[in-house]
Design a protein around this ligand. Structure first.
Ligand code: NAI
Length: 391
């Protein structure tokens, strides 16, 4: 297996900065690369502050100072020269296929013959990113969660061309990266399918939520009654959460899922209109709620009786079963654990073992009512066959 000492983190925005920080804290030599000096400098300053904070909290390990850690960090705006002595590139540039393929080829053309290219894409095909770079065997996925230093999960993804050696090396590097809360959790993703494990598990819930919103609008039901349906079952009720994430981000994810998974993911009327009007949630001060005075406190006293949390669990169990059927994850415990480590919420299989029959019926009814065929329960869910499968 390749011995990794020098890592290039390419694209040091929100994710790349976090990845570089944990790689430095793990003891790697890291070169930050972005398109402009000011972006690289901003990331460097952020990392310096983050590492110093870790030093103050005594999280750098015996005898290690922030200065020691920062001394291993270099900066560059020229990928071709930055990869000359790199063993690995971890890419976190824009979520677009063209630029990702381009930087992958530059890394392979200019790096040493053992260099590994790992992409932090959230949804896109690792196989496609590596297809034309001349060394698809040395391309894999390393999908981190935001914020990198605090969220335990990293999914390591095997593309169709990825060699076992590359995959195992990336698994090892991922295991070495510290996390400031709890323990790192590495999820091996054995088939390259859109959204991998965690994002895929959670994506189809948006089909249901968008449908509920359109129904509520049709009936003139206020948003806080939808949130009241969920009540204290969620840390953030759905309309507050969508506002928090950003309606434009949600619509982007849904359009993207529609392209890669099924047209059933297309966002509904309410969400599209919100984007057109620019009421994008927290970031614009107005979404479902007014955010101008901070986080809204919806009136939870009246329920709409429209949003059924069990449907959301059922959708997630169904998607988890599909992941098992497709061989993306080797067992259901990995799916549950990855969801907990990536989203801080339990995966669907724990409760699903008891409820699969009832939840399958819920989904059959939902498909009949919405026409969203994607939500049809798969064989593995309906039969409960996953209970007897390898954990
Ligand atoms: P960002 O917009 O904060 O950062 C992207 C950085 O890449 C920017 O600094 C930009 O200047 C740089 N960049 C763009 N093209 C470049 C190129 N050709 N060469 C070098 N640098 C380039 O984006 P963010 O949120 O950090 O996302 C980056 C990647 O990570 C995307 O693929 C995204 O899907 C993925 N991701 C994002 C998560 C999130 O919560 N934001 C979570 C997990 C994955």
């Amino acid at each position: 297996m390749a011995d990794i000492k020098n890592i290039v983190t390419l694209g040091v925005g929100l994710m790349g900065e976090g990845i570089a920080q944990v790689a430095l804290m793990a003891g790697y030599n890291v070169t930050l690369v972005d398109i402009k000096d000011e972006l690289v400098n901003k990331a460097y300053a952020g990392i310096e502050a983050g590492v110093k904070k870790s030093e103050e909290k005594g999280k750098l390990g015996e005898g290690v100072t922030a200065a020691d850690v920062i001394a291993r960090c270099k900066k560059s705006t020229d990928l071709a020269s930055a990869v000359k002595d790199a063993d690995m590139v971890i890419e976190a540039i824009v979520e677009k296929m063209g630029p990702k393929k381009e930087v992958c080829k530059i890394a392979m053309d200019n790096g040493p013959s053992h260099i590994i290219f790992a992409s932090n894409t959230s949804f896109m095909s690792i196989t496609e990113i590596g297809k034309d770079c001349g060394a698809p065997d040395r391309v894999c996925g390393m999908h981190f969660f935001n914020p990198v230093a605090l969220m335990a999960c990293i999914e390591v993804i095997k593309g169709e061309g990825t060699s076992d050696d590359t995959f195992n090396t990336a698994m090892d590097v991922a295991k070495n990266l510290p996390v400031l809360r709890g323990k790192r959790y590495i999820a091996p993703v054995l088939k390259d399918k859109p959204g991998f494990i965690v994002n895929r598990l959670n994506a189809p819930g948006n089909i249901y939520i968008s449908w509920v919103l359109d129904k509520a609008a049709e009936k003139g039901i206020p948003w806080d009654q939808i949130d009241a349906d969920v009540g204290k079952l969620a840390a953030m009720p759905p309309c507050v959460l969508m506002d928090y994430v950003g309606i434009d981000t949600l619509v982007h994810i849904m359009n993207y899922s529609a392209e890669l998974l099924s047209p059933d993911f297309k966002p509904g009327k309410v969400l599209i209109e919100m984007v057109e009007k620019g009421t994008l949630g927290r970031k614009t001060g107005q979404g479902f709620y007014d955010w101008s005075k901070g986080r809204p406190q919806p009136d939870m006293s009246v329920k709409a009786g429209l949003f059924d949390v069990n449907v959301l669990f059922a959708i997630s169990l169904n998607e988890g079963c599909r992941l098992l059927e497709e061989g993306v994850a080797s067992g259901f415990k990995i799916i549950d654990d990855a969801n907990m480590a990536g989203m801080n919420t339990p995966g669907p299989f724990g409760a699903g073992k008891r409820n699969f029959a009832e939840w399958s019926e819920l989904l059959e009814k939902l498909v009949a009512e919405t026409g969203k065929e994607y939500l049809k329960p798969c064989e593995l869910m309906k039969s409960g066959g996953f209970v007897k499968m390898r954990k």
